[in-house]
Write a protein that binds this ligand. Structure first.
Ligand SMILES: NC(=O)c1ccc[n+]([C@@H]2O[C@H](COP(=O)([O-])OP(=O)(O)OC[C@H]3O[C@@H](n4cnc5c(N)ncnc54)[C@H](OP(=O)(O)O)[C@@H]3O)[C@@H](O)[C@H]2O)c1
Length: 253
């Protein structure tokens, strides 16, 4: 798929995907760097017929898989797990090799934030995971986590997302990719826990009543974004923004 980078984040990188998604990133000291990746129609829909796949396309899937290939943990809320029928990540042999060469596990783990998601032992996210799926719940959540999954319990009533990211960091995660959905992303941005947003603007108008990119209380003032890179594939646009402030830096490719 032909992706043309219009504003390069890393002009020296070899491939368009690396130019778009590579470069030096700011890293916070006590939690992983958190990237978010979302797709929306031009009028702001994040789902068509209840799923995000109707907004996607081959180039968006390439960006999606490229970002997954970079990170240690893919984080999503239970609504996304249900709607988009999550399965364990299964990178190509080439990506597995690159990850091992960087000192990462061959496969990124999946982590789900929930109060109520019921996962069976036989669910693919449990039974087929090469890296144990992490179920992140509040301490007082009333659910059974399958024996094959990891469990982090942080916060009361809702997951304390900063503490959860801190625990993932203690376990070695340096890069986390939040794939939504809008509720989890809204909570993370409100808590100042998202460092970069990768937004695919899908060339279509969907109307309907799906959530916007973020759900939750209005952010006043709004969280500012700084444009970092812009790419296109046909009529589809890929925008990469820095979110908020951070200290330190790390190269990532
Ligand atoms: N366009 C895109 O890029 C994109 C990406 C992802 C999803 N989507 C779409 O978004 C829709 C789902 O939206 P959504 O907002 O429901 O998704 P979501 O954010 O994935 O899931 C919301 C759920 O996550 C859990 N959660 C979030 N923050 C929590 C916290 N701090 N503590 C405890 N639990 C927390 C809660 O689970 P419990 O209900 O278990 O308590 C909450 O109901 C679907 O239609 C999906 O296709 C679109």
């Amino acid at each position: 798929m032909n992706i043309e980078v219009l504003i390069p984040a890393d002009a020296s990188a070899a491939t368009p995907l690396e130019r778009f998604a590579g470069g030096t990133r700011a890293v916070p000291p006590h939690r992983p760097l958190v990237l978010a990746n979302m797709v929306a129609s031009v009028d702001g829909a994040t789902a068509v017929d209840g799923e995000s796949r109707g907004l996607s396309g081959p180039a968006d899937r390439e960006v999606f898989h490229h970002l997954r290939g970079l990170v240690d943990v893919v984080l999503a809320g239970s609504g996304t797990m249900r709607a988009d029928r999550y399965r364990p990540a299964n990178p190509s042999d080439a990506v597995r090799g690159e990850r091992l060469a960087r000192g990462q596990h061959a496969v990124p783990g999946i982590a789900v934030v929930t109060r109520s998601l019921r996962l069976d032992d036989s669910a693919p996210l449990v039974s087929r995971a090469e890296v144990a799926t992490v179920v992140i719940t509040p301490e007082d959540a009333d659910l059974r986590v399958p024996a094959g999954a990891d469990h982090l319990a942080v916060g009361r009533g809702a997951v304390d997302l900063a503490a959860a990211l801190g625990l993932l960091h203690e376990r070695g995660a340096r890069l986390v990719l939040c794939e939504g959905g809008p509720t989890l992303l809204g909570n993370l941005v409100a808590a100042g826990l998202v460092d970069e947003l990768f937004l695919t603007l899908s060339p279509g108008l969907a109307a309907g009543d799906s959530s916007r990119l973020l759900s939750g209380p209005e952010l006043v003032p709004m969280s500012p974004l700084r444009l970092r890179a812009l790419a296109r594939s046909g009529d589809m646009l890929f925008v990469r923004y820095d979110v908020g402030d951070a200290a330190g830096s790390t190269p990532l490719r």
